[in-house]
Design a protein around this ligand. Structure first.
Ligand code: AMP
Length: 281
């Protein structure tokens, strides 16, 4: 495994692979890797000849009051984990390497599906994601790229601009990896106090109960209200509790397969989770 910190270095390294028509897979991350990230790499390992994992804390996807400065940067530990799981190249550029010194005048903005859910509390976030992912696609030129369903809206946004702009890349979604108590793994879980870490799995418990309730015929609006009151009682400050189609369209009733979405703060940590609920007609 090799660590590349420059675009040129990575391009040189991938040249032979490309001329030999090897399938290149890309797993974009912001580092501080956990089993969720590593599952993406394992999936890439299965499908690709060459696996590139990018580690880049992307400043333009953070809002002014978000955790860009304090976001955990743990390259040494990450490289050990990636070595074990079978990554070929880590691409870990600096901000200057990615954005240069000239002002950036180009944006990539997906409308509609970014208007709410995380888009509402985090204006500009998905533009920042779309720009950095497109840059990474252009730098690495992978055949396949891997993203987690943990960030379901992000995955939908990426699929959308890839389709809209005819980017020649297959997008693969990977299921959410969870801790034993159900909490969706996230680099931000490290911010939780011991007490809040104990409370945090309630989010997943609410989603599982909601799934059961829906499949037993309870009304969608009641089920969502029930999640909201359980979370509030447990001390969460809710950002949203929503049900959508897998394409993120709004729905009033549970009459097809849906996705339940939660974003909530416990203390100062904002957690997100989702669950796909099958409608068995
Ligand atoms: P991040 O480093 O948070 O930007 O995440 C990098 C990639 O890992 C994204 O595609 C995330 O959706 C994915 N990811 C993060 N946490 C999980 C998880 N618990 N399960 C599956 N994928 C995840």
């Amino acid at each position: 495994m090799k660590i590349e910190s420059t675009i040129q270095g990575l391009s040189e390294s991938l040249k032979t692979a490309r001329t030999n028509q090897k399938i290149i897979g890309l797993v974009p991350t912001m580092g501080n890797l956990h089993q969720g990230h590593l599952n993406l790499v394992r999936e890439a390992r299965k499908k690709c000849d060459i696996v590139v994992v990018s580690i880049f804390v992307n400043p333009i996807q953070f809002g002014p009051n978000e955790d860009y400065d304090s976001y955990p940067r743990t390259l040494e530990q990450d490289s050990k984990l990636l070595e074990e799981v079978g990554c070929d190249y880590i691409f870990a550029p600096t901000v200057e390497q990615m954005y240069g010194n000239q002002p950036r005048l180009t944006n990539i903005s997906v409308s509609g599906i970014t208007a709410d859910l995380c888009g509402l509390q985090r204006p500009g976030h998905f533009d920042g994601v779309a720009v950095v992912v497109t840059k990474l696609f252009n730098i690495v030129r992978p055949e396949i790229a891997f993203f987690g369903e943990k960030d379901f809206q992000q995955l939908a946004v990426i699929r959308q601009f890839v389709r809209d702009l005819n980017m020649p890349i297959e997008i693969t979604g990977v299921p959410i990896a969870r801790a034993e108590d159900g909490l969706a793994l996230s680099s931000r879980n490290g911010y939780l106090s011991e007490e809040h870490r104990k409370t945090a799995p309630i989010i997943h418990q609410c989603l599982k109960i909601a799934e059961q309730d829906l499949q037993q015929g309870k009304k969608l609006a009641d089920v969502l209200a029930n999640i909201a009151s359980t979370l509030t009682q447990a001390g969460f400050v809710i950002d949203y509790v929503e049900a959508r189609t897998p394409e993120l369209q709004k729905i009033e009733e549970f009459n097809q397969n849906i996705v339940l979405f939660i974003a909530a703060k416990i203390g100062t940590t904002r957690l997100i989770d989702n669950l796909q609920v099958q409608h068995n007609a």
